[in-house]
Design a protein around this ligand. Structure first.
Ligand SMILES: *[C@@H]1O[C@H](CO)[C@@H](O)[C@H](O)[C@H]1NC(C)=O
Ligand SMILES: *[C@@H]1O[C@H](CO)[C@@H](O)[C@H](O)[C@H]1NC(C)=O
Length: 158
């Protein structure tokens, strides 16, 4: 009985966010990417990644932070609160909105939030393992890049 119960909880927890339609579009807050749907652009928040489906009016907003490793939890809570209002607004406008704050520590610690996101997007097994490793490596490399230029003026806004 207990075993079955656990199984049911696990399977509902990892339900794929992308089930139910196949017209997903991805936009990112980066110059070379498509811009966000207009409903998002009207707000003053700019989520890092928006995965959205016009047919179901479902919006998945991915917000990335790269905190110091000892501030992962704090960063996560801050982001969740920051987006709570936006989620409500979108719901009032007839959308279904999901916010997925994810954190990759500046020194390469990939938080469980990333694991959860990948799983909910049906990125599992080997692909997920590779993605997690790559994310950790990019965070580490980027931190090294910043550190090695710590004395350069352009990194400091005085
Ligand atoms: C969320 O909305 C409330 C009430 O409108 C407002 O007081 C608060 O500052 C908002 N929070 C953020 C993070 O925008
Ligand atoms: C990270 O840096 C190492 C050493 O410079 C390099 O070999 C590796 O390809 C880099 N990884 C990524 C993902 O850029």
């Amino acid at each position: 009985m207990g075993f079955l119960f656990n199984l049911i909880i696990i399977s509902s927890k990892i339900k794929c966010l992308l089930d139910g339609c196949d017209d997903w579009d991805v936009s990112a807050d980066l110059p070379e990417w498509d811009s966000h749907p207009s409903i998002i652009k009207e707000t003053r928040l700019r989520p890092d990644i928006v995965i959205h489906s016009a047919s179901t009016q479902l919006l998945i907003m991915v917000e990335l932070t790269v905190p110091y490793d000892n501030r992962m939890e704090e960063a996560h809570i801050y982001k969740r609160e920051k987006y709570m209002n936006l989620t409500k607004e979108l719901e009032n406008a007839g959308y279904k909105a999901v916010v997925m704050p994810v954190a990759v520590g500046a020194r390469g610690f990939v938080g469980s939030s990333v694991y959860d996101l990948l799983t909910k997007l049906s990125i599992c097994g080997n692909k997920r393992t590779k993605a997690l490793k790559l994310l950790a490596e990019i965070a580490e490399n980027s931190s090294r890049w910043i550190w090695s230029r710590r004395n350069e003026k352009f990194l400091h806004k005085d």
